[in-house]
Design a protein around this ligand. Structure first.
Ligand code: MG
Length: 217
């Protein structure tokens, strides 16, 4: 299965994202800590792999970085119990939930979906497949991001509000989780803007890292 999962970017059918899953990040954007997970979707067309630029989307002058641990589904399931949820995890990845914050703020004010703020081309820079054995405890991994070599986000997955087994249970009540699908588990605090010419580097401790240039569309 692992060899097939290495191609999760090509075979996965959805990117399920969790908003406000670290309390310090919820606070920095003036949001309350949610009582149940905030879920949204990015299209798989928003994936961009290393070597290609992140493009500033149409209509935005405030593009934000959000570094996140990605969970790669290795076994299909729906209505998955929390107790067996980890059996559905095939591995991990590193992702950026790029967000047009100004577009999102406008949409939020109108009570409209976040799609255009979160789903544009290159909104999901994605790293390589990380096998399970490289991350024995996914709830205790350092997660960091630098812009132009300056540390901006430096958190730990132990601070997630809703943990991976609960997220799998919660999401799979509504959507079947298929092999190759990815759950983005939320971002720690320190999100902020990037502009054309910036270089984003991010990683999970020293297990995996990746780097992207930001370019004008
Ligand atoms: Mg996010």
């Amino acid at each position: 299965m692992a060899s097939g999962l290495a191609r999760f970017v090509e075979v996965g059918r959805k990117i399920v994202c969790v908003g406000r899953n670290y309390s310090e990040h919820a606070a920095e954007l003036g949001n309350k800590v949610p009582s149940e997970p905030v879920i949204f979707i990015k299209p798989t067309s928003s994936y961009v792999t290393e070597g290609n630029p992140i493009k500033i989307p149409h209509g935005s002058t405030n593009l934000h970085h959000e570094v996140e641990l990605g969970v790669v589904i290795g076994k299909t399931g729906s209505n998955i119990p929390e107790s067996s949820a980890m059996q559905h995890v095939g591995g991990y990845t590193l992702a950026l939930d790029m967000t047009a914050r100004d577009v999102q703020d406008q949409l939020k004010k109108k009570g409209l979906p976040w799609t255009l703020a979160k789903g544009f081309d290159t909104a999901c820079p994605i790293g390589p497949f990380v096998p399970l054995e490289k991350i024995p405890d996914p709830q205790n991994v350092g997660i960091w991001l630098k812009v132009n070599d300056i540390m901006k986000q430096n958190g730990n997955t132990k601070d997630m509000i809703f943990r991976i087994p609960f997220l799998i249970k919660f999401v799979s009540q509504f959507m079947t989780l298929d092999v190759g699908d990815v759950i983005l588990t939320g971002t720690p605090s320190g999100v902020g803007p990037v502009t054309a010419g910036d270089v984003i580097t991010c990683g999970l401790t020293d297990i995996v890292s990746m780097s992207f240039n930001v370019a004008k569309d």
